[in-house]
Design a protein around this ligand. Sequence first.
Ligand code: C5P
Length: 300
Amino acid sequence: MTGVGVRVRAPGKINLSLCVGRRREDGYHPLSTVFQAVSLFEEVTATPSPELRLTVTGAQAERVPVDETNLAWRAAQLLGDTIGLEPLVHLHVHKGVPVAGGMAGGSADAAATLLACDALWGAGLSREELSELAAELGADVPFALLGHTAVGSGRGDVLSPAMSRGQYHWVLALRDEGLSTPLVFARFDALADPLVVASPTPDRDLLAALRTGDPDLVGRALGNDLEPAAIDLAPELVETARVAEEAGALGIVVSGSGPTVAVLGRSAQHALALQAALTAAGVADQVLGAHGPVPGARII
Ligand code: C5P
């Protein structure tokens, strides 16, 4: 809390597996994905203000819009409309999740804003009600509220918690230039196998591996159907993955629509060695460490 403000922290995510089906009539793709929330966080502070206002600091803040195109702005408006209040709030976002990196930083901002404004305005909505509003804002927003590990179906917004044992130690290879999610899905359509299924199903091998807590098994089961499309748009990701593999990564996967490459280590120490190898090879603009799973959006 800062004075009368409410501060909320919400995590970024990695898609440990992402199975994508044929494009639907509404333009969205049916998904079956396994999300893991990881320890890169967005922080949103909501304070009363004469008008809706948004400011952003932190990593790559200059690339984030501060108007109604920002998902946090739309979250405050949607919650205000729902409870019949003018959204008179100053939202301050401090970014810790890469912008346009496939880790749902903007979705975390929206989830954090829903929770912060709910508390600031005394709306008292349940987690389920907030989750329904979250799904209206974007496919990845409900998971930023829920956190931990979950299977996402539908557009990725219909969640069921998944059992997962242990902590996973990641290295995230970031690229300054992000990838646009709609563009990556469009490239998926252009490249897709004509036999792509209409309704993808959860990756059973991965879910079984997560229950054992064995990082070797989890590493081998990582996978993402959007990877060929992301690599087609950002071919240098191949070199990033090659360096990670030679350095002994247990698994390597592009997160979501990319371009972040998530690299799994055996332990915290092994992840540090992988981070050093990727940094030394100069195959990413920035290399960060993170662990997961972590909880979803929380007031701090
Ligand atoms: O829901 P969100 O606004 O995050 O999605 C951004 C865009 O990504 C959508 O407009 C759509 O083009 C694409 N998308 C998709 N299928 C999904 C999720 C996103 O085609 N399941």
